[in-house]
Design a protein around this ligand. Structure first.
Ligand code: GTP
Ligand code: MG
Length: 224
């Protein structure tokens, strides 16, 4: 059987064309995510500063916020077969606004996640705990999808934000792994893959060791 690939390709392109989002509406659509990102970013900053002020050390090393670009949003919509209409994109792509919180210790990751999600206006939609269950390649992090209300001039909208929490060691590993994937574009040689997974195990051991050391010096952290 032969498949007419050119017909298939042009059909997909035509469908995507008809679903292309109008520019001004797209800007407004993205703006709402920018506001949601600012709300969650502020909450994390407040937690960091207040905990610092309480004099028990700051569990948050640093925070990065990022808004998906329209290109990467379009690419993801295509990848997951999501029609480029506002309603479907809004419902299916929940990592348009992203916050990454880098903590010192694994216990801090859970403490910060707990402090954020128990806030009245934050609704937890999804948890993926890749620390309790690392990915096969060794990737570890705690991923949350939270929803936050954003007060616009004439209405209130709720915005999903992806929050990735990880330790310095997890972040070190993930950024190197990301660079290697980017360089080899999916074709990472087997020996490098194995080496990366071994490094992820080393990073996990280092996290455990640092936590134990910290507890010996300061006692276990009790914040909640
Ligand atoms: P995306 O469509 O990429 O957002 O993935 P997903 O919807 O399956 O969600 P998941 O929670 O598994 O991963 C979301 C994000 O976590 C990714 O976009 C990366 O930022 C990060 N991530 C997940 N797995 C890995 C990994 O193996 N290596 C690295 N470096 N980052 C990862
Ligand atoms: Mg993503």
């Amino acid at each position: 059987m032969t498949i007419d690939r050119s017909a298939l390709a042009s059909k997909t392109a035509a469908e995507l064309d008809t679903l292309r989002l109008p520019a001004d509406e797209l800007t407004h659509f993205m703006l709402v995510y920018k506001f949601g990102l600012a709300e969650i970013g502020t909450k994390i900053t407040i937690l960091a500063e207040e905990l610092q002020h309480r004099g028990r050390g700051n569990p948050i090393e640093h925070v990065i916020t990022r808004l998906k670009t329209v290109e990467s949003l379009t690419a993801k919509a295509r990848r997951i077969n999501c029609p480029m209409a506002f309603d479907t994109v809004r419902a299916r792509i929940r990592d348009i606004a992203g916050v990454r919180v880098i903590c010192s210790f694994v216990s801090d990751v859970y403490t910060v996640a707990e402090m954020l999600t128990r806030q009245q206006d934050v609704k937890l939609l999804q948890t993926k705990d890749y620390i309790a269950e690392p990915k096969a390649n060794g990737y570890r992090s705690l991923h949350l999808i939270v929803e936050i209300p954003v007060f616009l001039s004439d209405r209130v909208v709720t915005v999903p934000v992806e929050v990735q929490l990880r330790t310095v060691a997890m972040d070190f590993w993930a950024s190197l792994e990301h660079k290697i994937h980017y360089k080899y574009e999916q074709d990472v040689p087997d020996h490098l893959r194995a080496e990366l997974t071994a490094a992820a195990h080393d990073a996990a051991r280092l996290d455990e060791r640092m936590e134990r050391l910290h507890a010996q010096i300061h006692g276990p952290r009790h914040r909640t």
